[in-house]
Design a protein around this ligand. Structure first.
Ligand code: IYR
Length: 223
């Protein structure tokens, strides 16, 4: 069975001048340069509607064959957050105490992380992103999805940009293995956990490591 035909429309588009495009590019870059991963969250609530807008921004990401192979599960329920924290800490404790090789532990030293994850209960929202390895049709049949990891990776980037733009903060957290998230959140078997993002406000005077970013010369080559 082939896909439904899609009509074409004229792209609503107005080209900026060269200077205007540079100005906007620079302004956005400066804004994004202020984004930081945060591990110390305030418990100040964030309305569900705001989280909905952030998810809609993420879900506007391009995806392979426009399959949008993602589900965002936004958790504010304290009992669920506690269950997630308990399960994540149990895995992370094993990671830090025996599963992570010395080289990895050394790479993480500057960030002062350990297996304790209080932010999983303190942050007002945990947004858990699942990748849909295949699409499940309403009748139960499955369809292939394409470039799933690329698609959800782009959606995460757009989600983080939206969070920052809203004046909120997030952490990209990957407790490993993450299978417990499928169980706690009751997700179907065509979905796999991809990333867990606490979202909210930072604590007052939140401390973050004083990191520098690679320069343009270090990350880009113009040919
Ligand atoms: N998932 C662990 C370890 C960890 C791994 C990387 I790579 C980081 O950039 C940060 C942490 C944890 O969350 O502590």
């Amino acid at each position: 069975m082939s896909a439904q035909p899609v009509e074409f429309i004229t792209l609503p588009y107005h080209a900026p001048s060269e200077q205007e495009a540079l100005k906007r590019a620079r302004r956005f870059r400066e804004e994004m340069d202020r984004r930081r991963s945060v591990r110390h969250f305030s418990n100040r609530p964030v309305p569900r509607e705001t989280i909905g807008e952030l998810i809609r921004a993420a879900s506007s990401a391009p995806s392979g064959a426009h399959k949008q192979p993602w589900s965002f599960i936004a958790v504010s329920d304290l009992a669920l957050k506690s269950q997630i924290r308990q399960a994540a800490e149990a895995e992370e404790k094993q990671n830090y105490e025996s599963r992570m090789p010395e080289e990895w532990l050394q790479a993480l030293e500057p960030f002062a992380t350990d297996w304790h994850k209080p932010f999983l209960e303190v942050a007002p929202w945990l947004v858990v992103l699942f990748q849909q390895t295949v699409e499940r049709l309403p009748g139960g049949e499955t369809r292939k999805n394409y470039y799933v990891v690329e698609s959800v990776g782009i959606a995460v980037g757009m989600f983080l940009a939206a969070v920052h733009q809203a004046g909120l903060v997030a952490l990209t957290h990957t407790p490993s293995p993450m299978k417990f998230l499928s169980e706690i959140l009751g997700r179907p078997d065509n979905e796999r956990p991809f990333l867990l993002m606490p979202v909210g406000y930072p604590v007052v005077d939140c401390q973050v490591p004083d990191l520098r970013r690679k320069s343009l010369q270090e990350v880009a080559t113009f040919l």
